[in-house]
Ligand binder design. Structure first.
Ligand code: NAP
Length: 258
């Protein structure tokens, strides 16, 4: 659908779920793809699968995005392998359940370390290469949860996803002179390994609340990420775009046709 041959992309959290969907769409479009995650077993499987999809190169780099040095090593390895970085998809994120009444300081700082600090570190680490690209792209995976909606147990998670948008708006201004765009995708409920941990009843109740009638797929998010990475999307920056099958639209469950 998109021709991204010659473009090089880093996808954090690219080994599973939404990140894997993003990496898949980029690989099919001919891009060079670097996937990052903590599990080496998942990295190896993912790299082997992605190599079958397109003409670009694929590497995997073990990275914990909450560690700035590891993000810098990820960027260096990618530049070494591909000669540069044109796109960074700061996607790695966690969404553990923690009701406000019992949430510990460790739970609060832990989720910010991955979802917020990890976004900053991944983008900062790739910045010199994005500037050198001349048409750099930053694509954040935020969420409808926080920026638009709420869900019990996810006050800390929602705060991190809203924080990404605060980051995005100023980063978009600071990086515009370098022809770098910074945008955020707000996925609704997407069928991923991580979301499945919430149980079948959660998935079924979510499907009932989505006008499109089903959860999204990781590649639904990948398609928007790939579009934002094209030269044609170069005038779009600082935008938060929901990909949610209309999930945020109904005023009540009665508003959804049965
Ligand atoms: P997932 O299926 O659990 O996959 C998460 C990915 O991130 C894995 O590759 C995981 O690999 C990696 N990861 C987790 N912590 C990491 C860390 N500290 N450093 C590096 N990589 C890390 O999750 P998902 O559902 O695809 O979610 C991905 C992103 O989409 C998150 O930012 C999430 O907030 C957002 N999102 C998801 C949904 C949804 O419905 N699924 C909706 C809205 C937004 P390792 O475990 O090996 O590190």
């Amino acid at each position: 659908m998109f021709d991204l041959q010659g473009r090089s992309v880093v996808v954090t959290g690219g080994t599973k779920g939404i990140g894997r969907g993003i990496a898949t769409v980029f690989a099919r479009a001919g891009a060079n793809v670097a996937v990052a995650g903590r599990s080496t077993a998942d990295i190896d499987t993912c790299v082997a699968d992605l190599e079958q999809l397109g003409s670009g190169k694929v590497i995997g780099v073990q990275t914990d995005v909450s560690d700035r040095d590891q993000c810098e090593a990820l960027a260096s390895r990618t530049v070494e392998a591909f000669g540069g970085i044109d796109v960074v998809c700061a996607n790695a994120g966690v969404f553990p359940d923690a009701p406000l009444a019992t949430m510990t300081p460790e739970q609060l700082t832990g989720i910010f370390a991955v979802n917020v600090n990890g976004t900053f570190y991944a983008v900062q680490a790739c910045l010199d290469a994005l500037i050198a690209s001349g048409s750099g792209r930053v694509v954040l995976t935020s969420s409808i949860t926080g920026p638009i909606t709420g869900y019990p147990g996810w006050s800390h998670y929602g705060a991190t996803k809203a924080a990404q948008l605060g980051f995005m708006r100023t980063a978009a201004i600071e990086l515009a002179p370098h022809k770098i765009t910074v945008n955020a995708i707000l996925p609704g409920n997407i069928m991923t390994e991580g979301l499945l941990d919430n149980g079948e009843e959660y998935i079924a109740s979510m499907a009932r609340s989505i006008p499109a009638g089903a959860l999204g797929t990781p590649e639904d998010i990948g398609h928007l990420a790939a579009f934002l990475a094209t030269k044609e999307a170069g005038y779009i920056t600082g935008q938060a775009i929901a990909v949610d099958g209309g999930q945020v639209l109904p005023e009540s469950l009665d508003a959804i046709a049965t």
